[in-house]
Design a protein. Structure first.
Lengths: 103, 326
């Protein structure tokens, strides 16, 4: 079966920044993405868990999108000002997809 | 003095406080006791709904006059002013704290903790002391102005701070404020009839839900304290214990000037003494990301909240009785 190259961009960021991340994605024409709640973890800012918290201030989310390789630079440029000083990680990986016209 | 000790003893041995202590101890002992996030949020929504509605129904019962507007304006004023006092006190007691961190902490202390408010009103009701129903509206009004003061302090200190439309929406339309004010308005509109209709849901289970919620708060506070090693210096600890008293003094003067009842003065003192750990942390994460969340969360939830819950509220009630009860 015919497979195509694509990029998988994963942004792990504070839940309070969700709107800003979504705006950056949509602003660069990325309309397909998935937002996942994250249970907990540990990083440079210490341990955290979403359990028991009533404030969104201490939750993290993972935003995942698959894009065509030529969109990557403009997306990263749009994401950088949003991430800037916030707690979070961005990773990009090479993936193979079936239907290239969707991305 | 005897009265303060009796009240403090009565308060310390109430189920609400004992459940908080249980949560705190469980977290410090690394128990796996925890609440799923959705349940914690559900309980918080229930409490906001119940206290908002009861406050509104009480205003409908006793009628509203100019005193409501004056009390709300005083609340807004207190919320604007308290961060300045908090900023100066923290920078004096803990010189190592950066201007950004001090501004973020100051924002928390100008705003309020709605659970502390609920605990105070529960103790007042248990002691048979009435308070103005519109204090719920005052509590809602005190949530946001402190954030503006904190960002002004941060900007003035060169620490930056972003104030855009997203942040305004986060501050003014955050779920807690919308539900609290919305339930207050519905309680006011429907009055006694509305209260009779939903009383079985918002009165009988209220204390039980509050106990569970405070158990969760105890767990979150204990977890925060456990991971906050190195953040709480003696100066920071002293600030967490002194600032509620400074805030309460501001609340006392305002309450007396407004001519509030004994219960009303005690509630305003409690509101001014409390520190936010729901609305303001979220706003600070957006606007002042460089500020250390471990510092403001530990102070607000790990030090000031337990202090107010155990010793602060009985103290504020006794002072209010002594000075406003005449």
């Amino acid at each position: 079966m015919q497979m195509h190259d694509a990029k998988r961009v994963e942004v792990m960021i504070e839940a309070v920044m969700e709107k800003q991340i979504v705006r950056a994605l949509e602003g660069t024409g990325v309309t397909g993405y998935t937002i996942l709640p994250v249970l907990g973890g540990s990083g440079a800012s210490g341990r955290w868990t979403r359990e028991g918290n009533v404030s969104r201030a201490f939750s993290m989310i993972a935003v995942v999108c698959l894009i065509a390789p030529h969109r990557l630079d403009s997306l990263l440029e749009a994401l950088f000002p949003v991430l800037d000083e916030h707690i979070g990680v961005v990773s990009v990986s090479d993936v193979r997809i079936l239907r290239a016209e969707r991305f | 003095m005897d009265e303060i000790l009796t009240l403090a003893g009565q308060n310390l041995l109430s189920p609400v406080i004992l459940f908080f202590v249980l949560g705190l101890l469980a977290a410090l002992a690394r128990s796996d006791l925890s609440f799923p996030e959705a349940i914690a949020k559900g309980m918080s929504l229930y409490l906001l709904f119940a206290i908002g509605f009861k406050g509104g129904a009480s205003v409908a019962d006793y009628g509203a006059d100019i005193s409501l507007a004056l009390a709300v304006m005083a609340g807004v004023g207190l919320s604007f002013v308290l961060p300045f006092a908090a900023f100066v006190l923290l920078k004096t007691l803990a010189r190592g704290v950066s201007a950004t961190d001090a501004a973020a902490v100051a924002g928390h202390y100008g705003s309020i903790s709605i659970v502390t408010f609920v605990a105070a009103t529960s103790l007042l009701s248990a002691s048979g002391i009435a308070f103005e129903g519109y204090m719920v509206a005052v509590a809602a009004a005190m949530e946001a102005p402190a954030i503006v003061s904190a960002l002004w302090l941060a900007t003035r200190s060169g620490a930056g701070g972003k104030m855009d439309s997203d942040l305004w929406r986060e501050i003014l339309l955050n779920g807690s404020i919308v539900l609290l004010l919305g339930a207050f308005a519905i309680g006011w509109i429907t009055g006694e009839r509305g209260m009779t209709e939903i009383a079985p849901f918002i009165e009988a289970p209220f204390k039980g839900v509050l106990c569970l919620f405070l158990l969760d708060m105890g767990i979150v506070a204990g977890r925060g304290l456990r991971s906050a090693r190195g953040v709480v210096t003696p100066g920071v600890l002293l600030f967490g214990l002194l600032m509620p008293l400074v805030g309460a003094a501001f609340g006392l003067v305002s309450g007396l000037a407004l001519g509030l009842s004994v219960g009303g003065v005690a509630v305003l003192m409690t509101l001014s003494a409390s520190a936010s750990y729901i609305a303001v942390p979220a706003a600070m994460r957006v606007a002042l990301p460089r500020a250390n969340p471990a510092l403001y969360l530990t102070l607000a939830l790990g030090i000031t909240f337990p202090f107010n819950l155990t010793l602060g509220i009985p103290l504020y009630m006794s002072i209010a009785q002594f000075l406003a009860g005449g």
